[in-house]
Design a binder for this molecule. Sequence first.
Ligand code: FES
Length: 170
Amino acid sequence: MSNTASRRSFLTKAWTAGAGALAATAAWTSWDLLQPIVSSGFGGKVRSVAPTAVPETGVIEVPAARAYLTRVNGEVVALSEKCTHLGCRTPFCDSSGRFECPCHGSVFNRAGDYAAGPAPRGMDRYPVEEGEDGLLYIDTGTLLEGPATGTQTIDEPPLGPSCSEESGHA
Ligand code: FES
């Protein structure tokens, strides 16, 4: 075989391999772009739990979303744990069944409705939707303003003493 034929054969194989690699890369990129966004950290869509894990009368904390999930009239609601007064983290008090801000005493019922204190409205919330994998995704990039003072979406009086009463800080 001559040198010219050998070089032509080599170049043909090299071009074929390069075109194959390029096609494979393009196919992978297209496939990857068409996949749904499955999960991200705070500021994006945060994967949480299955809808069946959200209690009817309690809450479940999703630390990665800095939020709580609960049910309000059958619908799953994601509540931001940031107090609408000055932004303190507002934990759920199991004994009272309410959210109680430790900073200045704002209180919200289980649905995040305003109940007491200096907060200007109910707890802010995030959109939540079920993904193709059957889990709930909390869109922490979209903060929705909480309900106005006076809104009562559920009728649940306090279950018992507040956490501040229990710890002697009332
Ligand atoms: S930050 Fe919650 S009451 Fe002030």
